[in-house]
Design a protein around this ligand. Structure first.
Ligand SMILES: NC(=O)c1ccc[n+]([C@@H]2O[C@H](COP(=O)([O-])OP(=O)(O)OC[C@H]3O[C@@H](n4cnc5c(N)ncnc54)[C@H](OP(=O)(O)O)[C@@H]3O)[C@@H](O)[C@H]2O)c1
Length: 333
């Protein structure tokens, strides 16, 4: 089968190769999925640069791709919840990625059926970013009527985080570049801030939660707008000791990440706030929960561009270049 393969890490970034490789083998609890579409994420470029090695060290050559939409072609002997011919989607397990390919073997615990109203391209926008949002909200444990600030909400994560946060009854403030204002407000955001003309550090205060997508350069300001005792979940800052324990990392990594994330733990402690880092993991039940929210609220997906598998490097470059208006998608079938 055809697949996009990374042959080694490169700090400066490098092209992935389209290769003909053997079909994946399925285990008893796996599904063999014919991939229709796959979302492209900043995470894919981070993997190429070796930036997530500490959390997941991959062996090369590596078939790239973290999420997918596809049709089940075959089920493993112990699979109970799915059958051949069903359209499923999910964030593929961290230790066995590979969705920029014609087929993938995926654990049944990582997938859910796709809501019918979503096309393959639209559904490809959902699993990774929607799960990221759910996993962040689960840590925040918010109540309806509270306020969340989502930084950089104009990208592919914001396109999911805003409607999902709204479905929890939250008041959503977000920022990003001005040309995305109308689209972001139509996703349900209550307030949009153009980050080039308004400094939220002076106009926003006392929010209950922050979902940080921008990391180090913005975190001090984000802690500044968070209320005393509030919670900040970052998807871009440094992992800390709490994350290492939650993720079940070995003792040496717990020690190293405790040191790495101490700066943010200290920032948080000043106002009795809490700092969390997340690295989105597979969760079929979570994708199913998301599907229900989507079907009930008829949330629309934001597709920013569609590329063929042969053009995977162009898709990765587009994501690396920023100026995102939603999700970049690879269409395989
Ligand atoms: N840890 C995890 O599990 C996890 C999961 C999902 C995503 N992430 C991370 O989350 C981040 C966002 O992901 P994404 O898919 O949404 O990326 P994306 O599609 O590239 O979107 C990023 C958005 O942020 C905006 N932006 C850039 N600088 C900004 C600033 N100073 N203030 C406000 N907005 C700004 C960009 O706008 P312009 O380019 O138009 O200026 C762009 O629309 C990435 O770093 C990704 O790695 C992590």
């Amino acid at each position: 089968m055809k697949a996009a393969v990374l042959t080694g890490y490169d700090k400066k970034g490098r092209d992935v190769e389209i290769r003909d490789i053997p079909m994946p083998q399925i285990g008893a609890n796996d599904l063999l999925v014919k991939i229709h579409t796959a979302g492209v994420n900043p995470l894919d470029n981070m993997i190429i640069k070796g930036e997530v090695k500490m959390i997941v060290p991959y062996k090369m050559p590596l078939v790239m791709g973290n999420e997918f939409v596809g049709m089940i072609e075959k089920v493993g002997a112990s699979v109970k919840r799915f059958s051949e011919g069903e359209r499923v989607y999910g964030r593929i397990p961290l230790d066995r990625i590979g969705t920029f390919a014609e087929y993938a073997a995926v654990s049944e615990n990582a997938v859910a059926k796709v809501p019918e109203y979503l096309s393959d391209e639209e559904a490809a926008c959902v699993p990774l970013t929607a799960l990221t949002t759910l996993q962040a909200l689960d840590l925040m444990d918010p109540k309806a009527g509270e306020t969340i600030f989502i930084s950089g909400g104009t990208g592919s994560l914001g396109a999911m985080a805003i409607p999902v946060a709204k479905s929890f009854g939250l008041i959503v403030i977000t920022n990003g570049s001005a040309e995305n204002r109308d689209r972001v407000l139509s996703l349900g955001a209550d307030r949009f801030i153009d980050y080039k003309t308004e400094d939220y550090a002076t106009t926003v205060s006392n929010v209950d939660y922050v979902l940080d997508t921008l990391g180090d350069r913005e975190l001090p300001k984000e802690f500044g707008v968070l209320k005393e005792g509030g919670k900040l979940v970052s998807v871009r800052g440094m992992p800390n000791g709490e994350f290492a324990v939650r993720a079940g990392l070995p003792a040496i990594k717990r020690f190293l990440l405790k040191i790495a994330g101490r700066k943010y733990d200290k920032m948080a402690a000043r106002k009795n706030q809490k700092y969390f880092f997340i690295f989105v993991h597979e969760d079929g039940a979570g994708v199913e929960r998301i599907g229900k929210i989507f079907a009930e609220k008829h949330i629309e997906a934001s597709v920013d561009g569609v590329f063929s598998l042969d053009d995977v490097n162009k898709a990765l470059e587009k994501v690396a270049a920023g100026r995102s208006k939603g999700k970049t998608v690879i269409k395989i079938v």
